[in-house]
Design a protein around this ligand. Structure first.
Ligand code: V0D
Length: 248
């Protein structure tokens, strides 16, 4: 990867919402003959680096896929370590999030997480709720198909109560039931980045990524630095976004 040079970005074409699938922590560790959890720890440190960089670049929302509903299939000790990362993250980084005016949002099926993980997530949202800068949006125990099913269940409940007719269900009405509705006008990512060479969505934001630009890099997440971020944004800025139409 050519991350020696800093690419020139167009300030008027910055993506408002960047979503990242933070892949490759285990492979980063393996390459260094370290245990997988050392990769997760380095990955967590990099969340701080990229949060700061994105905030300084003027990004409005940074969504990070931290733990999927499928990650429970990993060995128990690895899952236990992962569940402690939000605690470690906030103990270490809350002052910096405050200094950078970053507001934390968390989406996912949080009630299935250990009580202490839920508590620290709740505390972080609470402590940063009056910050007016970038939204740092963690997807935790998140799965996109489950999110779409939950949204559908809520709409069917409204319909069964006689509060909603089939023809009332528009894209906007449906999107209001998704977890990203908390992000308001920036609910849909402009740019999705997946690190570590895999080129698939893995049940992440299937509805919301309908018109997003996708950028894949071979870089492992702990090595994905500010210059890698700038290069991904540069790629985004070279593309011609059409949103299904013929012209912007
Ligand atoms: C491990 C790379 C930050 C991906 C980043 C529970 C895999 C490091 C958080 C975090 C994880 C989550 C919620 C929150 C604050 C911080 C995190 C997990 C994994 C899974 F409110 N990094 N991080 N959570 N990794």
């Amino acid at each position: 990867m050519s991350n020696e040079q800093t690419v020139q970005l167009a300030p008027d074409k910055m993506p408002n919402h960047i979503a990242i699938i933070m892949d490759g922590n285990g492979r980063w560790a393996k390459r260094r003959l370290l245990p997988r959890v050392a990769g997760h720890k380095a990955g967590m440190e990099n969340v701080k680096t990229i949060t700061k960089a994105a905030s300084h670049l003027g990004v409005k929302v940074l969504t990070l896929y931290a733990f999927s509903t499928e990650n429970w299939k990993r060995p128990a000790d690895e899952v236990n370590y992962l569940m402690d990362l939000p605690v470690k993250f906030f103990n270490k980084f809350i002052p910096e999030l405050m200094a950078n005016n970053v507001k934390v949002n968390i989406m996912g099926y949080l009630t299935q997480l250990p009580a202490k993980t839920q508590q620290v997530c709740h505390d972080a949202v609470e402590q940063t709720k009056n910050n007016t800068g970038m939204i740092l949006n963690f997807a935790l125990n998140y799965g996109s198909r489950a999110e779409i099913i939950t949204a559908t269940q809520k709409l069917v409940e409204q319909a069964a109560a006689g509060e909603l007719l089939p023809e009332d269900i528009t894209e906007d009405v449906f999107a209001q039931q998704l977890m990203t509705s908390a992000l308001g006008e920036y609910a849909d990512p402009d740019l999705l980045i997946r690190t570590s060479g895999e080129e698939r969505l893995s049940n992440f934001l299937l509805w919301q990524l309908a018109y997003s630009e996708l950028v894949f890099t071979d870089c492992f997440w702990p090595d994905f630095d500010v210059n890698e971020l700038r290069q991904a944004i540069w790629q985004y800025q070279q593309r011609d976004r059409r949103f299904g139409g013929l012209h912007k």
